[in-house]
Design a protein around this ligand. Structure first.
Ligand SMILES: [Zn+2]
Length: 339
């Protein structure tokens, strides 16, 4: 056995057998912001053999306070988070495989990201996508670990479709837009990220090494600032649950078409056409050259015009900063990228 893992192998519930299971394990991380970056680092150091990292965003200076995989250089170079994470993980553990995917996770692609792995970790920041993860994982019978953090508060729950309550058994309806605090309105401190990630990744290691008897089997809620720890025991799945009871996958079965989303705390909107072919970034940069300031790297083109900043990725997706109005963002996209 590799000496690198000797301290973890000495921990008897893992041992040599558990370490081999980790080496053969495949995990998808949805989102590589604060929670996802922490999941990625812990699982890579622990020797999980295959990590797929899916993230739609690029590194910015405001991420560095809590997104522990990234550096000032990544922010300066405007690297997509999935790529910056892969680069950093290669320095930490060159023996594992990392599949970096720069994409928006939506109903058209999520099944392809989760169908060939053993476990999925939630590192996202909104309920819309969590319900989508829940739909895909219930449909494909994949174990997934919900996690959320905002301000000094966080929550997590491990979901085995069919055996435990699913996300929708517990949170039947999506919170109304604007009703829940977000990183935008409430901020977030790094220690709650570390706390939630610690529980999620410990659960992941238990699942992957066959220590399911040690899972916490609860909805855990923590507030590290107000010193509040709660553990709500979970019972059985709800037979009337729309998702795991009736197998009605509302979020997966959404209509095809363009996706737009206002990004949390960014004064920005993402426009994600699902039908477009990949974009030739060099051609786009040439086309925009005379209209404003253009910067390009291997993964994206950034274009500043007036009060707006447009970042276009290879998959034709764009993040438009300077507005949180979807219709304005759409018109900017149509004008400069095309429809
Ligand atoms: Zn359910």
């Amino acid at each position: 056995m590799n000496e690198r893992y000797s301290r973890q192998v000495l921990f008897s519930p893992i041992g040599t057998g558990g370490q081999e299971k980790l080496a053969n394990a495949r995990v998808t991380l949805i989102g590589c912001g604060a929670l996802g970056a922490s999941h990625a680092e812990i699982l890579a150091r622990g020797g999980v053999g295959f990590l797929r990292i899916v993230d739609r965003d690029f590194v910015e200076t405001t991420n560095l306070q809590r997104q522990t995989l990234y550096s000032e250089t990544d922010a300066r170079n405007r690297l997509p988070k999935a790529i910056a994470a892969k680069n950093r993980l290669a320095e930490i553990n060159s023996e594992i495989e990392v599949d970096a995917i720069v994409a928006d996770v939506n109903h058209s692609n999520i099944e392809s990201f989760v169908e060939d792995v053993d476990l999925i970790l939630d590192g996202t920041d909104n309920f819309q996508i969590r319900y989508l993860i829940n739909d895909a994982c219930v449909k494909l019978k994949k174990t997934w670990i919900y996690g959320a953090a905002v301000a000094s508060y966080g929550a997590t729950m491990t979901i085995f479709p069919g055996a435990t309550p699913c996300l929708r058994c517990i949170f039947e309806e999506m919170p109304d837009a604007g009703s829940a605090p977000t990183c935008d309105t409430a901020g977030v401190i790094q220690p709650i990220i570390a706390s939630v990630s610690a529980i999620q990744t410990t659960e992941a290691i238990k699942v992957l090494t066959g220590n399911n008897d040690k899972l916490h089997k609860s909805l855990i809620q923590i507030d590290v600032w107000n010193n509040d720890w709660r553990k709500i025991k979970l019972s059985h799945p709800n037979a009337d649950c729309e998702t795991c009871g009736k197998l009605n996958f509302e979020f997966l079965d959404a209509e095809a078409g363009e996706f737009s989303a206002v990004l949390c705390g960014r004064n920005a909107v993402q426009i994600a056409p699902t039908t477009s072919a990949p974009i030739n970034l060099g051609n786009l940069a040439n086309r925009l050259q005379n209209l404003g300031q253009v910067k390009i790297n291997e993964y994206l083109v950034r274009f500043n015009v007036g009060d707006y900043e447009l970042t276009v990725f290879q998959d034709a997706r764009a993040i438009i900063r300077g507005t949180d109005d979807v219709s304005i963002a759409r018109s900017i996209y149509a004008k400069y990228v095309g429809v």
